[in-house]
Ligand binder design. Sequence first.
Ligand SMILES: [Zn+2]
Length: 268
Amino acid sequence: MELIILVFLIMLFLSIGSLSSVVIHRLILMEFTDTRLNLFTPRSHCPECKKSISLINLIPLFGFLIQKGKCVNCKVAISYKYPLHEFIHLVSGLSIYFLFNINLFSILIYILFTIFYILFVCDIEKFYIPFYLNLSISIIGVSGAYYGNLFNIDTLNLLNTSQFELSLYGFIVGYSILWLINFFFKFLKKQDGIGGGDFLLLGGIGSLVGPISLAPVIFIGSLATLFVGLIGKYDLKKELPLGSGFIIGLLIYLLIKFFELSLFGLVL
Ligand SMILES: [Zn+2]
């Protein structure tokens, strides 16, 4: 029984990884080049010769191996990103399964992981944070706190506030901190310093972890943004993928929290 579940999960995670890479690819195309495209049509095809990809070759990971990383028709190399997205989804999904088993909490964590993953890649590649996916994080954060303390994460319970209120405060604090920084930046430099998607993203992260935990997330996230800016080929004077930095910040913060590691002698 265990084995059947495991095989099923492996196929499921690979498929969701494959779906994510299609969503990432199409969201970017829809935003920047072809507004007629949508998420479901046309069928997956080779971006070079436009030939539809046969069902067998669409099988995640294995399709890439069967085709030896090349389009069967025109032999142009398929981006390594597709199997990479699938592999990361597989590893993350299995980790969540082994840590938390299958329950409402782990399913929500995996859904959040998938949404964050898509936002992360879109931001890294194009400084683009798709609005509805971004918004869905705040909705999951606030409703999760309302319905069942799903993200009972904030360390201090200030003045007996409920999880729901903490989540709302987290959203407000996250959103307004960046909005204020941008406001002053705009006042001084007469142009936006931070993309609008970043406000909502940090608001969403705040709704998940609460206002207090936002501080370490922002701190680690800012360092991560700088790090990404340095190793990626970004022009440091122009623009950095701040949203992606915050997502890394959140991930590191949650790992520290979960494994009760200490950072600079402090347990966060
Ligand atoms: Zn081709």
